[in-house]
Design a protein around this ligand. Structure first.
Ligand SMILES: Nc1ncnc2c1ncn2[C@@H]1O[C@H](COP(=O)(O)OP(=O)(O)OP(=O)(O)O)[C@@H](O)[C@H]1O
Length: 294
């Protein structure tokens, strides 16, 4: 699947914020994901990762100084245009009961279709290619609601790929997946990035983030507390401060990327965590990380 060749800087967000009632759940986040880069959003439960992805996708209205994709202001972009350019794979995406897998993946084509046009041969071809790319072709012909959680996750990814986005947002895309499928999915995200997409994924597995992301942004309480190259950011002190766990950071024997080994946590040690102020480059800027090969 190749990205459209369109000049631009990918996603650039400045002081992105969102309040629920009187509580800021995303608080002044700066984030940049250049074309060709994979960014990982990390942070404990409730840190604001999903909310930030929703704000970028336009599911929720953000207040931000600026939020642009390839230089275009996302806030003023028409909904349909935004849907053409940004795909969001939700944490637990749903589809109406009884829909077939190809139908669900075909929903990704809707932003590209005219009101009464229906599926074209090209739409059908893109659906088939998206299913193949997501390793989900075997589920074609089955009902979506009869698939397992991991099988659905691969179909959800295919639906996003069928959308042919410029920016692919994923909320815990390895959820429910067996280890082979996790590695295949993250490898696919890297390939899509090398084809020119911007990719931003919320992840919980720090070692997988370190292995596949060019840049990580660590959120806690809605704020960026650290951002940068995974090797610089994912150090024991930061992990202790943000997640409240002891970790040893090893090196992968063949890639040299960080491998994080955790000490067990006692049940009564799940106490409040003192959050650090920003530790690495607090801007969450992914610039400069584009196109790194591995
Ligand atoms: N629909 C909602 N109504 C009220 N509060 C919400 C809602 N959705 C999320 N929140 C709150 O907003 C904050 C951020 O939630 P969010 O889902 O963005 O966190 P997250 O980092 O994605 O967490 P997780 O890792 O558990 O998925 C949390 O405090 C959460 O309780």
């Amino acid at each position: 699947m190749t990205a459209r060749a369109r000049p631009g800087a990918g996603l650039e967000g400045s002081r992105v914020s969102f309040a629920r009632g009187d509580r800021l759940v995303v608080d002044g986040v700066d984030i940049t994901v250049p074309r060709g880069a994979v960014g990982a959003l990390l942070g404990p439960n409730g840190a604001g990762k999903s909310t930030l992805l929703h704000l970028v996708a336009g599911v929720e209205p953000s207040s931000s100084t600026s939020l642009t994709l390839d230089g275009d202001d996302l806030v003023s972009l028409r909904r349909r245009e935004r849907a053409r350019r940004i795909a969001l794979v939700e944490q637990d995406a749903q589809a109406p009961d009884g829909l077939g897998v190809e139908h669900v993946v075909g929903l990704g084509r809707i932003p590209h279709q005219s009101a009464f046009g229906g599926d074209s041969a090209r739409d059908r071809e893109l659906v088939a290619r998206a299913l193949a790319a997501a390793d989900a072709s075997a589920f074609a012909g089955r009902r979506y609601d009869e698939l397992s959680g991991g099988e659905r996750q691969r179909v959800n990814l295919a639906r996003a790929l069928a959308q042919e986005p410029d920016l692919l947002l994923l909320d815990e895309p390895t959820n429910h997946l067996d280890i082979r499928s996790q590695l295949a999915t993250l490898g696919l995200l890297r390939r899509l990035a090398s084809d020119g997409l911007s990719v931003l994924a919320a992840l919980h597995d720090l070692s997988l983030a370190a292995a596949y992301a060019d840049h990580v942004v660590v959120l806690a309480d809605g704020r960026v507390v650290a951002a940068g190259d995974p090797t610089d950011v994912l150090v024991p002190a930061l992990i202790r401060a943000v997640w409240g766990v002891e970790a040893a950071v090893l090196r992968h024997p063949s890639t040299g990327r960080p491998l994080i080994a955790f000490a067990p946590v006692e049940a009564d040690a799940a106490a409040a965590v003192d959050l650090p102020s920003a530790t690495a480059a607090p801007s969450g800027n992914l610039a400069g990380a584009a196109g790194r090969s591995r």
